[in-house]
Design a protein around this ligand. Structure first.
Ligand code: SAM
Ligand code: SF4
Length: 378
């Protein structure tokens, strides 16, 4: 069976950012923190029973939203409850997403003491004028301080989220990358700002730099990251050696995960008969809190969709995939990747090296064309 991870969604933020389409809601009055932790544990118990889970958990990711709004006591109760219901692998990675406006030394030291051993800090940029344009609730100074507090609290392993292609033609993202490197983060996620449907920015688009300008800037930033030992292992993820995010790697390698919390998704493989279930939970926090044991739903992934799903995830990774892993994760014969795989090899979009199939440089630029071929194969 594939490795099993656990994703936990905390759906509240101080304020909704105008570019964000994640399931996050501005806190209005007091957040029902204790009730939400109760709900998460009920939700988990229902999933464990529903999917007859008896495999150890390989990683935990507490995402959002802004999980760092919650008190250490809440996570203590959550992690205890999880340990009572599931076997946890030794030294498992436990990540918490954090917003710079929520950093206080003692709080983060307590998170660390609970066994949370990785942070993902949403910084986006260190430029104050752009932070304001992006509707962020923190300053550049607070962002730097957040990284310093992370170090002081004992987090050797933390990620900084940055976005590029921001609404200012004169801004150079290399300044952000340089600062993130100087703060000694072990991991940097570098995302191009996209205008997502159902966001304020989609309705009232800011003026963005042109594509050529963005592309040139991205290339310079990638080069700088490489010079400082940050290896790109996925479309947007760069890490110091051995500091890749185990949890996200498991998603991209088509591993399994339980998803608990409002709007969380899960993927579970079954052996007899071999099939894959996708689960989803109610998006609205209110609805979720009303019936945490029975909300959302699930569906079996059609066999015809599996080749594309596997490829879509694995080709995001620089190292690509092996045919053995394809068979193990999907339960399908290798022939089901044809004729798309042979076509891509012939056209130089995918290359084969030491048993691994991965995108060529040309393939990275034509990822959509590759996926199109696998859609036709399905
Ligand atoms: C789920 S958010 C959580 C981060 C945290 N809540 C924060 O913003 O402080 C994860 C990351 O996705 C990225 N992101 C969100 N919306 C995006 C967009 N429209 N375009 C590009 N990246 C985006 C941001 O870098 C963000 O930090
Ligand atoms: S703080 Fe993060 S999750 Fe919340 S709205 Fe902003 S980008 Fe989205």
């Amino acid at each position: 069976m594939p490795p099993l991870s656990l994703y936990i969604h905390i759906p509240w933020c101080i304020k909704k950012c105008p570019y964000c389409d994640f399931n996050s809601h501005a806190i209005k009055t007091d957040t029902p923190e204790a009730a939400y932790i109760d709900a998460l544990l009920i939700d988990l118990a229902a999933d464990v029973q529903r999917y007859a889970i008896n495999r150890p958990i390989h990683s935990i990711f507490i995402g959002g939203g802004t999980p760092s709004l919650f008190a250490p006591e809440s996570f203590a109760r959550l992690l205890d409850g999880i340990a009572q219901q599931l076997t946890l692998q030794e030294n498992l990675e436990i990540t918490l997403e954090a917003n710079p406006s929520t950093f206080e030394s003692h709080k983060f030291a307590e998170y660390r003491a609970l066994g949370i051993n990785r942070l993902s800090i949403g910084i986006q940029t260190f430029n104050d004028a752009l932070l304001t344009k992006l509707g962020r609730v923190h300053s550049a100074g607070e962002a730097q301080r957040a990284a310093e507090i992370a170090h002081q609290a004992g987090f050797e392993n933390f990620n900084i989220d940055l976005m590029f292609g921001l609404p200012d033609d004169n801004f150079d993202s290399l300044d952000d990358v340089n600062l993130a490197i100087s703060l000694q983060s072990s991991h940097i996620s570098f995302y191009q700002l996209t205008l997502e449907p159902n966001t304020y920015f989609h309705k009232f688009p800011p003026q963005l730099p042109n594509d050529d300008h963005i592309f040139a800037m991205q290339q310079r930033c990638q080069q700088r990251l490489a010079e400082h030992g940050y290896q790109q292992y996925e479309v947007s993820a760069y890490s110091q050696p051995d500091k890749q995010c185990c949890h996200n790697l498991n998603y991209w390698q088509f591993g399994d995960y339980l998803g608990i919390g409002a709007g969380a998704h899960g993927k579970i493989s079954h052996q007899h008969p071999q099939s894959i279930t996708r689960s989803f939970k109610a998006k609205s926090p209110e609805q979720y809190l009303r019936s945490p044991h029975d909300n959302g739903g699930s569906e079996t992934v059609a066999i015809t969709e599996l080749p594309l799903e596997f490829i879509m995830n694995n080709l995001r990774l620089k190292q690509g995939f092996t045919l053995e892993n394809y068979q193990a994760r999907t339960g399908l014969a290798i022939i089901t990747l044809e004729p798309a795989l042979s076509d891509c090899l012939k056209q130089g979009l995918i290359i084969q090296q030491n048993n691994y199939y991965r995108c060529s440089t040309k393939g990275w630029d034509f990822l959509d064309s590759i996926l199109e071929k696998f859609i036709q194969t399905s």
